[in-house]
Every structure is written in structure tokens, then in C-alpha cells.
Write a protein that binds this ligand. Structure first.
Ligand code: SF4
Length: 417
């Protein structure tokens, strides 16, 4: 869902997509930039692929993602362009040696895709790339846009993981967010996914919402945990630039202390239910960590397709043009729709690895942190303070943040940049 490395902390982090406020997505595609992919072969032989679906039935008040209403014909034009992009990516000289270990369709609302359109997209990906037999293939779904039949079609097309955007189970809060489902619809979508054969099912929730008190949050957490999801993502509301609420503000936000209480309530309840808190905002049953998101957190490589999607290949981070019409025009002209490229210096790359790795319960190799510290005595003292305050702990040859450290990670990460 959002992208900037400096966001850190408890904020949503989905580096594959460009948020509306990211200026890199505003530029026009550049043919020369498109060659960055040809010139930067991946270092790994297996990478991920993020596919951005840039449409929603309605814009949520808090949302800053790259999405627009679904106009007549827009989906067909987008799908045609996407197939061209997949073809161009697959035709890169290094593509035959690279396998796709994960495919993640995010948005926007990917579940606006019909089962037939989704199957055609996955078929095109398989025709142009070697997709590993055990590849994790995820689709983000909104409850109101799925049925058992559609999800059976997704399953038949090879989708083996669904991420359901529930966000809240409070029927007085959901319309205020701009969501189109109610609590009953969220539960029905979850059950439809199970009935359709989904054995790897994730639920997204949000806390810190206007009108959400601790009791209401506790009820939502307990209800969702009763559903027995395999994975749970929970993000605190942020008023991002580019969102309606970021521009106009919103009333009724809970206090910072209530938001912290909500964070801890979930962390405790999820752990009691046997879910591992494996990343700041993510919990999983054993064996059900999101493999695609772990590519981001390991600062590993992934391709991107779709308007505004961001990828990281070789040493280059790149972003596609954000506006869907211009994205389609670039591909109609035979060009990859790359709008911006950043080549990371070794120091930037190390900082990314540290910050992303410290978001996870596995942490980072101690040697990475030692390399970053070097002769920086101020940073060494800060890290010793974090250890003393039990924000950071050593586990063998690795270092990780504690639960309390997760909460303060924004401040910690700033020091590491
Ligand atoms: S459904 Fe998701 S992507 Fe679409 S507007 Fe709402 S939060 Fe944003």
C-alpha cells in the first residue's frame, strides 16, 4: 500500500506501489529510463513480481494509493497495456534466467478483475517467465467485490493466497472510511474464500480510526481471530498527503495513547492465538508469512508492472508512470513505462537493508549494523542506549527490535539513514 522507506514505524508499507503523493509517479515515461531494466540485470535468480491494478469502485477517505474510478473501457485498455508490459519485461535479455518466486496483485482493487481476466494475466506471466511451481500468488480483495464463484475462478487460475481488506467490523465506521462493505459482508467474503479453496488467507485491519475506541477494536480483533485467518496485517491510520483526509483532516481520531493501547491489544491477542508477530504490522500462523512482502523486507529484488508500480532490480529502484492513460500510451508505443530511476549507493543500500530488516522479528546480521556504525561514535552510543532500554536485543549473531522497539522504530530508523 505505500512505498517510502522513511515511513517506517507502524505505517503501512508496500513498496511495490506508488502513493498519490510520490512525485516520481507524476513524470512522463522516458524511453531512456526504460533501458534501465535491460542494463541492470537482477543479482538473484529468483525475484518477485508486483502487479498494480489501479482502479477502485470508490475512493476511501484515508487512501493515498494510485487508484482511480473504473470508467467504461478503462479496465480493458489497462489489461491490454499490462499484457504488453509483461511481454516487454519477458523479452529482456536476462529474463529467461530469472524465475518468479512470488506474484502479488495489489491496488487499487484487484478483485475488480473477472476470473477470466485474472487467469489471462497469469497465463501471460507464465508464458513470458518461469514461475516456480511453488510460487506464492496473491490477490488483494475487497469484500464487496468477491463471490465464491469468482474466488473459485481465481483459485483455478493458480491464485494460492488472498488478502482480504476488512479494515473494520464496525458498521458505523466502515461507511465513514468510504468502504463499501459491512461487517456481515466481510465475514461472508472470508467464508467464500475458504469455500473456494483458499488455504492461505490474510485479513487487513486498521486501528487508530476515527470513532474507534479500545473496546470496539478489541471486539474486531477477537472476531477476526475467531475466523482463524492464516495471516493478519494491522496498520495504524495515517493522514497521508494525497488522501482526502490528509487534505481536509478528519474528526474523532483516538488519542495517541489509545492507538498505542490498540497496538498492544492486537499484539497480545494475536500471540495468544498462536500467530507470530513477524513484522511490525504483520502476524502469521507458522509457515504462513507473506513470502512476497518478505522480499521487500529483505531488500531483495522484484519486478513491477502496472501504473505507478515500483520495482527494485540490480542496484536500481524504479517507478512506472502513475497516470493510467499515459501508462497505456507508453505501452501502445512499445515502450516500458518507466518514469523514474534511482541508483542506490552502497550506503543507501545498507541503510535500506538495516531499516527493512529491523521491521522484522528476524532482525539483521550484527555485522551489517557494525558496518553502518563504523567510526560513528554518536550512533554507537545511541545503539547502546537502545540496548539498555530493551528496544533492541542481540540474538546470536543477529540483532532485532523488541515489541517496544517496533513502537519506536520511526525514531530509530531516522538515526540509521
Ligand atoms: S479500496 Fe483500497 S486502494 Fe481503493 S481507495 Fe480504498 S484503500 Fe485505497
Amino acid at each position: 500500500m505505500s512505498t517510502a522507506l522513511t515511513e517506517g514505524g507502524l505505517r503501512q508499507m508496500r513498496p511495490g506501489s506508488v502513493s498519490a503523493d510520490n512525485p516520481s509517479g507524476l513524470a512522463s515515461p522516458d524511453v531512456a529510463l526504460g533501458s534501465v531494466l535491460a542494463d541492470n540485470p537482477p543479482e538473484a535468480d529468483a525475484v518477485g513480481l508486483y502487479v498494480h491494478v489501479p482502479f477502485c469502485a470508490k475512493r476511501c477517505g484515508y487512501c493515498s494509493f494510485n487508484t482511480a474510478p473504473l470508467d467504461d473501457g478503462a479496465m480493458a485498455r489497462y489489461l491490454e497495456a499490462l499484457q504488453r508490459e509483461i511481454d516487454l519485461l519477458g523479452a529482456l535479455a536476462w529474463s529467461p534466467r530469472v524465475r518468479l518466486a512470488t506474484v502479488f496483485l495489489g491496488g487499487g482493487t484487484p478483485s475488480l478483475l473477472t476470473a477470466a481476466d485474472l487467469a489471462a494475466t497469469l497465463d501471460r506471466i507464465r508464458a513470458r517467465f518461469t514461475v516456480t511451481v511453488d510460487a506464492e500468488i496473491t490477490v488483494e480483495c475487497n469484500p464487496e467485490s468477491v463471490t465464491r464463484e469468482k474466488l473459485e475462478g481465481y483459485h483455478a487460475a493458480g491464485v494460492n493466497r488472498l488478502s482480504l481488506g476488512v479494515q473494520s467490523l464496525d458498521d458505523s465506521i466502515l461507511p465513514r472510511l468510504g468502504r463499501l462493505h459491512d461487517a456481515r459482508g466481510a465475514r461472508a467474503a472470508f467464508e467464500a474464500a475458504r469455500e473456494a479453496g483458499c488455504v492461505n488467507l490474510s485479513v487487513d485491519l486498521m486501528y487508530g480510526l476515527p470513532g474507534l475506541d479500545l473496546d470496539g477494536w478489541t471486539r474486531a480483533v477477537d472476531a477476526v481471530l475467531d475466523w482463524r485467518p492464516d495471516h493478519l496485517s494491522a496498520y495504524g491510520l495515517t493522514l497521508d498527503a494525497g488522501s482526502l483526509w490528509g487534505a481536509a483532516g478528519v474528526d474523532g481520531l483516538p488519542t495517541e495513547q489509545t492507538q498505542l493501547d490498540q497496538y498492544w491489544r492486537l499484539a497480545h491477542a494475536a500471540t495468544v492465538q498462536g500467530l507470530e508477530h513477524y513484522e511490525i504490522s504483520n502476524y502469521a500462523r507458522p509457515g504462513f508469512r507473506s513470502r512476497h512482502n518478505q522480499i521487500y523486507w529483505h531488500a531483495a529484488e522484484y519486478l513491477a508492472a502496472g501504473p505507478g508500480a515500483c520495482g527494485f532490480i540490480g542496484r536500481a529502484r524504479y517507478a512506472n508512470v502513475k497516470a493510467t492513460p499515459r501508462y497505456c500510451d507508453a505501452l501502445a508505443g512499445g515502450d516500458l513505462p518507466v518514469a523514474s530511476v534511482e541508483h542506490l549507493s552502497p550506503r543507501q543500500r545498507l541503510a535500506e537493508r538495516l531499516i527493512l530488516g529491523l521491521r522484522t522479528a528476524d532482525g539483521i546480521p550484527a555485522t551489517w549494523l557494525e558496518t553502518r556504525i563504523g567510526g560513528d561514535r554518536h550512533l554507537r552510543r545511541r545503539i547502546e542506549t537502545w540496548r539498555t532500554q530493551a528496544l533492541l536485543v542481540d540474538t546470536g549473531d543477529r540483532i532485532r527490535l523488541t515489541e517496544a522497539g517496533f513502537l519506536l522504530s520511526d525514531a530509530l530508523f531516522v538515526e540509521l539513514l
